[in-house]
Design a protein around this ligand. Sequence first.
Ligand code: GLN
Length: 255
Amino acid sequence: MKKYVLFLFSLLTLLCIVTGCGGEKKADGPKVLKVGTEVTFPPFEFREKGSKEISGFDMDLIRAVGKKLDMQVEILDMDFEALIPAVKRGNLNLVIAGMTITPDRQKIVDMSEPYYESGLSLVVRKENTSLQKPEDLKGRAVAVQLGTTGEEKAKQLAGDKVRSFKTNEEVFQALKEKAVDAIILDKPVAQYYINKHHPDAVIVGDTFAKESYGIVTRRHGELTPKINKALAELKQSGEYDKIYEKWFGKEPAKK
Ligand code: GLN
């Protein structure tokens, strides 16, 4: 009998060691949401001068979503073209990076309901008056960010003279140094760069492709409906409008 009790005791001890015995019990508190972004896309995601912190409209929005889901948000800066593969592999839970909802991307990952209406625009040096509309780009050197809808558009319009860069800072630098004649970039971001850093550049013509941004999650994952629900609640409660006003000055048009 004694032997039997002893055996049972050692068995329990062993089990304890193997399972951690509940000693290191994880609190039911917030889990971590690994969020990928790319920080040369102001005012959606960028580092303010001298700050390590990543700020912007997307960042405030995703932190508000994290709160709704009772999850801690951890932001990771990566190359834009690496973001979707990282979600696919499960290295990131989601991506918020001013990423346009496209049918091609939706074949690989889930994208949330739209959270921002945007569009592509054409940027040239102020003194260059020969480029006024997308059709003028044929055969011209155009700078774009790698893996973006702007890159796709540029290839359609300009052909093989398109030059793709990892960051939008390099894209603007190329225009400044006259390595290219034009840039194709999302309008609010182009406007921000021009206002803050590149007064010699200008947006010409109308926004020539309308696009909507969505949050990227793993395809058919359980996170997509949760994100949509959180977004809907933030829009309902007015929190979304507050974040919008903080970065863009006025409320978005209600649809
Ligand atoms: N909206 C563009 C896209 O989805 C660019 C996004 C970005 O550069 N962060 O491709």
